[in-house]
Write a protein of this length. Structure first.
Length: 455
């Protein structure tokens, strides 16, 4: 056994080592804060702020869609850079820099003066932060936690991410109570403007906590090992080619998993949830309540995933989750198909039917893909290409999400929402097949054992 492996085992095992327990607690604490912050950054604040924005600014549907997609555009820009950046500066510093970018982006949005360009730039900066954080947090957890805790650690991250989504929904509900509903004619323009700025401003709170906490966590031993190796090199070393089965197969698998993960549309729909419910037949505060309800369900199934991920395994949860996504997409798609083709009239009944389908979709996603895919992708990639490979794979992930968010409203206006859900359904089918046929189970295996599987 190589000396470092022995050292690493001692550093990250839970064998009654007090110093180690402290390290683990700090990693989990950081995971909690990072998850909440990432949940805010997914566009959920844009979802609850969108009704107020529409009432206070004269943006076109394309401009509004681009604001929802701005964060993902920033992520696409940052993703190819994030892998090399994380390898260069280390995991801890990358986490710190992502938190700082969140604070800067929030400040730009809140002081934008309702101008489109400044709003877009502020949300774009959010996306740059998400591009770093979406890579470094799962990577950091995979490298810092032992094999019997990786699933729970990633589960906690996703649970807190959904917690951030849920809090944003509750914050939107509070805004309707304090400032007044966005569609209310009795609420002043100034109050509605203050409402959407307050919705964005709260994102700075977890960002400041994450920035501060990054000074108190340990650096990844895997990154330290890589730095030590590079410092000890006195002559050029010829590495084996990355164009080998042991690198190519897991990389392609990770790309497909992440592409389908965004292709089912959950991230994009979180940015338009209130709007979708309103189009389906729910109005005002009722749409906000429906938004909160389905996010509560998403949070609850994430808890189940955290409990089951180390006992049931990643593969079975992904199969159940992707299968449930298929059902949810069919329900929502058929509801809008019947509305658009005159089979059903828009009413509160159709609104709640769409909300039910969305709840099935996001709950299934939270049970399987939401937690498992981030863990599985970091587990499947070999150490040599893990950071850079994740960066490239996330480019597909964010690219698809950006495309969906940027074109949602324009396409919905031209072809109907049912067509969009038909496209998402195709991704869900591909996701289910990939998980069922091609993905190996990684539960209870070390990163080294998983790497051996592809040799």
């Amino acid at each position: 056994m190589p000396p470092f492996h022995s050292m690493h085992t001692q550093c990250i095992s839970f064998n009654k080592n007090k110093m180690l327990d402290k390290t683990t607690r700090s990693v989990i604490a950081l995971t909690v804060v990072a998850g909440i912050l990432y949940g805010f950054g997914l566009g959920t604040i844009v979802a609850v702020a969108m009704p107020y924005l529409e009432c206070t600014v004269s943006f076109s549907s394309m401009q509004l869609s681009s604001l929802v997609a701005a964060a993902m555009i920033g992520s696409v820009v940052m993703t190819p850079i994030a892998g090399p950046l994380v390898e260069w500066v280390g995991r801890r510093r990358a986490i710190r820099e992502s938190a700082l970018l969140f604070v800067v982006g929030t400040s730009v949005v809140c002081f934008s003066g309702s101008g489109y360009v400044m709003l877009f730039i502020g949300l774009l900066i959010h996306g740059l932060a998400m591009g770093i954080q979406g890579l470094v947090i799962p990577l950091y957890l995979a490298e810092m936690l032992p094999k019997n805790m990786r699933g729970k650690g990633t589960g906690i991250f996703q649970l807190c991410l959904i917690g951030g989504v849920l809090v944003s929904g509750l914050w939107g509900l509070i805004a309707t109570w304090y400032f007044g509903a966005a569609d209310s004619t009795s609420v002043s323009l100034a109050a509605k403007t203050l409402a959407w700025k307050a919705l964005f401003a709260v994102e700075a709170v977890p960002a400041i906590f994450l920035f501060t906490g990054s000074f108190f966590i340990s650096e990844s031993p895997y990154w330290k090992k890589g730095v030590a190796k590079s410092e000890n090199v006195v002559s050029p070393i010829v590495k084996d080619s990355v164009w080998q089965k042991k690198y190519i197969v897991p990389f392609i698998l990770v790309v497909v998993l992440l592409a389908c993960n965004q292709g089912v549309g959950v991230t994009a729909l979180l940015g338009y949830s209130v709007k979708v419910f309103q189009v389906a037949g729910l109005s005002g505060v009722v749409a906000n309540w429906a938004d909160v309800i389905f996010k509560v369900m998403m949070f609850g199934t994430t808890i189940l995933s955290c409990i089951w991920i180390e006992t049931k395994g990643r593969k079975i949860l992904l199969k159940i989750g992707t299968g449930g996504c298929l059902v949810g997409l069919v329900i929502v798609g058929l509801t809008f198909f019947c509305i658009e083709w005159g089979r059903l009239s828009v009413s509160s009944t159709t609104g709640w039917l769409a909300a039910f389908g969305m709840s099935v979709l996001v709950s299934s996603y939270a049970l399987g893909p939401g937690v498992c895919v981030w863990l599985v992708t970091t587990e499947l990639l070999p150490e040599r290409i893990r950071a850079v490979g994740m960066g490239v794979a996330l480019l597909f992930d964010y690219g698809i999400s950006t495309g969906l968010q940027a074109t949602f409203l324009p396409i919905a206006e031209k072809t109907g929402i049912s067509v969009l859900f038909g496209v998402l359904l195709l991704f869900a089918v591909a996701y289910f097949v990939t998980v069922t046929v091609f993905m190996p189970e990684t539960k209870g295996k070390s990163l080294e054992e998983i790497e051996e599987f592809f040799k």
